[in-house]
Design a protein around this ligand. Structure first.
Ligand SMILES: [Zn+2]
Length: 291
């Protein structure tokens, strides 16, 4: 599932490529991906210029002129791909599969925005993702946004505030608390596992057993791994195809995620995969001891 770094990568790429372009057409190939009457939606969108592309948690928000917003959630398998045959520009980010780099539309394409000579494709193999067209008031009232915890990079999120928020989930495992979007925004399975390895804590540790220093280590490790992934472009077309032209190399930064059976980068013990918080969980049994 695309997580904060992937969503941030989508936003940065689209901001660069789409800002100041106007929407000239819309094709909705799968109705549930963009609910509403497509003709009426296009009537509202036609000619509108894209101002900025940002995000809150994992929700992408394309801000248009006239106080309109496209809210896009990639969910499990969503991705956005920009392609402009006129300039040769091609950029895709989100779920890492061949649709990031192959010619589009393909079988996973659900919605196509026309931006003059360019196209913005919303691909979503499993169809859990969605696009909503909202005015500013409706955007603010989205339950998703109202309940969302702070951004990991929010400068106002200090160690004490983070500890306080995590302690709301005292009775759960530290991994479950990190995955809770109302505690902190944007953390999913990959970065929960990576940051707990960085903080040297077992994912099944109960929040109630952690002290202030533990929470401070978790927040620092979370920021470090998110920044590392953002710097590398998350799962984008740029690193989906690596320098040798091989596909699927996007998790190069990972210390534990999908590295079961391989040696821990700190102690050389073998990384294992287990189950915590109902999710496949990767950890080093020597660095992350369950106490
Ligand atoms: Zn280790």
């Amino acid at each position: 599932m695309p997580e904060l770094p992937e969503v941030e990568t989508v936003c940065r790429g689209l901001q660069e490529l789409c800002a100041k372009r106007s929407i000239s057409g819309l094709s909705v190939l799968w109705h549930k991906s963009f609910p509403g009457d497509p003709a009426a939606t296009l009537a509202k969108l036609a000619g509108k210029t894209i101002r900025t592309v940002g995000r809150r948690g994992k929700l992408i928000i394309i801000n248009l002129e006239g106080g309109l917003h496209l809210a896009i959630h990639l969910k499990m398998t969503g991705q956005l791909v920009f392609a402009d045959p006129a300039s040769g520009a091609h950029f895709g980010a989100g779920h890492p599969n061949d649709s990031l780099v192959d010619s589009l539309p393909d079988r996973s394409t659900r919605v196509i925005f026309e931006l003059g000579s360019a196209r913005l494709y919303f691909n979503d193999q499993r169809k859990f993702g969605y696009i909503l067209l909202l005015d500013s008031a409706a955007l603010e009232q989205l339950p998703f946004l109202q309940n969302l915890g702070p951004e990991p990079f929010d400068p106002l999120l200090d160690d004490q505030t983070f500890a306080k928020r995590m302690r709301r989930r005292k009775g759960t495992s530290v991994k479950a608390a990190l995955l809770d979007q109302t505690v902190i925004a944007g953390v999913g399975n990959i970065y929960a596992d990576e940051c707990l390895w960085g903080a040297q804590l077992h994912p099944a540790r109960l929040v109630a057993t952690l002290n202030d220093a533990d929470f401070a280590r978790i927040l620092a490790a979370l920021r470090q791994v998110l920044q590392l992934s953002i710097d590398q472009g998350g799962s984008s077309s740029r690193n989906y195809v690596n320098a040798e032209g091989k596909r699927g190399a996007y998790l190069d930064f990972a210390a534990v995620f999908q590295r079961q059976g391989k040696p821990c980068r700190t102690c050389n013990d073998t990384i294992i995969k287990t189950r915590v918080a109902g999710r496949g969980t990767h950890l080093c049994p020597s660095c992350q001891i369950l106490v």
